[in-house]
Design a protein around this ligand. Structure first.
Ligand code: ATR
Length: 273
């Protein structure tokens, strides 16, 4: 590597299991860039903007639990991040200011668009937390019709209202006429891999089921959906697509999506059994 190396990274707490370094370093290698992406375990993120300026850190991913606080720590907020209420990407600008973006919504949209169209399609979004908000906004932005399905009525109705969407309680959701269903809850993630957020009884052959959980790659929800003849999309694609958008924001170059996906698919924890 030639000095100075451009530094990028992820901040979160905990952050040791982050897949970002595998994916982004593979992207830099594949483009022959002298750049490095590191994981920083940060409990108090308030000094991050000034650290980025001082050290010349070009961009950072932001993960749990810091996605909301950056709304008030950055100098400029992109409209999508503002609407979603969460920042997952920081960029150091030439004038030393820091911009905040959210690539989760467009990452979800791009993952879905890689296998289907969204225009006019009804998309059941299971969950109304941060991930549910991002997926629902991404679907709406691409012309889809999100339906918010949530266990607790209050949170689900609030998100539905914001989007001008319908809300259904998870307990009595039966969506025969839905074309796409996306699980945005963490149900089914290791170690509770025998759980599903919803019974697949009503699943039909023309339903596309996406899970944003990617450990394991094939969650119980996806396995049952496949048995019902549904098309499935695992959570790795959204992770790769949101990362690809980060790469583009930071470098201004098209992201090497194949290299990024392959770097993750090669990891033992992400093997499809
Ligand atoms: P994140 O920001 O990662 O999306 P979150 O804000 O904790 O996480 O939101 C989690 C979402 O998953 C919520 O919509 C939650 O439903 P409630 O609003 O009813 O809490 C949903 N969720 C979590 N565990 C669940 C479970 N076991 N069954 C159904 N929904 C669940």
């Amino acid at each position: 590597m030639k000095l100075p190396v451009q530094i990028f990274g992820v901040i979160g707490h905990p952050v040791s299991h982050s897949l970002g370094p595998h994916m982004h370093n593979a992207a830099f290698r594949s483009k022959g860039m002298d750049a490095l992406y590191l994981a920083f375990d940060v409990t108090d993120p308030t000094g991050i903007p000034s650290a980025m300026r001082t050290l010349g850190i070009g961009g950072m991913s932001v993960t749990l639990p810091h996605k909301e606080i950056f709304l008030s720590l950055v100098d400029h907020i992109d409209p999508t991040a503002k609407a979603i209420g969460a920042v997952n990407t920081l960029r150091l600008e030439k004038d030393g200011s820091i911009s905040g973006f959210n690539t989760d919504a467009k990452g979800a949209r791009d993952a879905l668009l890689s296998v289907t169209s969204l225009e006019g399609k009804k998309v059941a979004v299971l969950g109304a937390g941060g991930a549910g908000r991002a997926v629902a906004f991404g679907v709406k932005e691409a012309g889809g019709i999100p339906l918010i399905i949530n266990r607790s009525r209050k949170k689900g109705e609030a998100l539905a209202r914001e989007l001008g969407a319908s809300f259904f309680p998870l307990s009595d959701f039966w969506a025969k006429d839905v074309e796409i269903l996306v699980n945005t809850t963490s149900v089914g993630m290791v170690p509770e891999t025998d759980q599903t957020p919803i019974s697949p009884d009503f699943f039909h052959e023309n339903l596309l089921v996406m899970d944003i959980v990617y450990t394991p790659r094939k969650t119980k929800l996806l396995r049952l959906a496949e048995e019902k003849g549904c098309k499935i999309l695992d959570g790795l694609e959204m992770f790769v697509r949101q990362g690809a958008l980060q790469f583009e924001l930071w470098t201004g170059k098209p992201a090497p999506i194949e290299a990024m996906r392959k770097a993750l698919e090669d990891l033992p924890a992400l093997q499809m059994e």
